[in-house]
Design a protein around this ligand. Structure first.
Ligand code: SF4
Length: 334
């Protein structure tokens, strides 16, 4: 059965879409030969908002699905079978799991196969033939995974063998030269597209230091603490208390709303200064945490800082604190 000509209607493909050019080309190449192609992307605390991807798909007329990937990536952070990349990025397993999730969703929703915009040899490690095969095998999608941009250089897959797609109209892109993709972008009218996985925080060393510290102490089960890794400066005090200190207004607002039972927020009341969230603070750390807030407040023109300490659902207390040096807290900074 040729694509688009069967009694059951056109073949249906679910394409993993980062919103980057290659994933949009994957959709376009399949649609051009009559396949009903739709996009899927994944949401988690560690990736950029999929809104940019949704916009790119909308502009090109592709339906866009979003799957919550939070539980999958948290499980992989605890135990990535293939290990981590240079930071806390379990890329091989993450990528395989995304393809696996897409294939599960595809089967539940009447798609015939899944597809990605990967290009053979485009990235030195992850897109060589061996890693591509490894990810395919780990994903569980087997040869229901098609990579249309390099398909002619790879083994034929189920949708090709079954005539759902015409292999001769797939591509043979290879390597790091982006000129063929740019030419295809012009052909398909793709103009604005977000950069692909550049937004993954699991590849950012500063972010990963905070996340790793959280994993080792509180764990990753509390979504607001995972979100807090995006905010402020993080300190781990000698008694074990995690303190997040706002850097700007947005951080301060987030930290005030992140207060839960057992936590405290602290801020200066007689001078401008940051908000601190102390996560279930131990009593012995509190004087130092108040001193931290005082040290980061604007102490010009005042002798002492009044720090208000508020435990959730408890009447606030105020403490007069002599402002000291920020350097005293450098050793606690995560
Ligand atoms: S860069 Fe991030 S999103 Fe991409 S595969 Fe690696 S861990 Fe997953």
């Amino acid at each position: 059965m040729a694509a688009g000509s069967g009694a059951a209607g056109p073949a249906r493909a679910l394409c993993l879409c980062s919103g980057g050019l290659d994933s949009l080309l994957c959709l376009c190449v399949l649609r051009e030969q009559g396949v009903e192609a739709e996009a899927v992307s994944f949401a988690s605390p560690f990736y950029a908002n999929p809104e940019g991807t949704a916009r790119a798909c909308r502009r090109l007329g592709f339906k866009h699905h979003v799957l919550d990937f939070t539980a999958d990536i948290l499980a992989l952070l605890h135990d990535p079978p293939s290990g981590f990349g240079s930071c806390l990025n379990p890329c091989i397993d993450c990528h395989a799991r995304m393809i696996g999730r897409a294939w599960e969703y595809a089967q539940e929703n009447g798609f015939d196969f899944v597809a990605t915009g990967e290009v053979l040899g485009q990235r030195p490690m992850s897109q060589q033939r061996g890693p591509l095969n490894r990810v395919r095998n780990l994903s569980g999608a087997g040869d229901h995974l098609l990579r249309p941009l390099s398909a002619k250089l790879l083994d034929p897959t189920a949708p090709e063998r079954e005539g759902l797609v015409d292999r001769s109209r797939l591509l043979d892109l290879q390597g790091r030269n982006r000129k063929p993709q740019m030419a295809l972008a012009v052909k398909y009218g793709i103009r604005d597209y977000p950069s692909p996985a550049g937004g993954c925080k699991l590849t950012e060393p500063n972010y990963c230091r905070r996340l790793k510290n959280l994993m080792e102490h509180e764990g990753l089960g509390d979504a607001r603490l995972v979100e807090a890794c995006n905010h402020g400066r993080h300190f781990r005090f000698p008694g074990g208390t995690l303190v997040v200190l706002g850097r700007d207004r947005a951080d301060n607002e987030f930290l005030r709303t992140a207060l839960r039972g057992g936590d405290a927020t602290l801020r200066s009341v007689n001078v401008p200064g940051p908000t601190a969230l102390a996560v279930r603070p131990v009593e012995g750390d509190l004087p130092s945490i108040r001193a931290l807030v005082a040290a980061y407040s604007d102490s010009r023109g005042v002798g002492r800082i009044v720090v208000r300490q508020l435990f959730a659902a408890v009447h606030p207390e105020e403490f007069s604190v002599e402002p000291g040096s920020r350097d005293a807290f450098a050793e606690f900074m995560v």
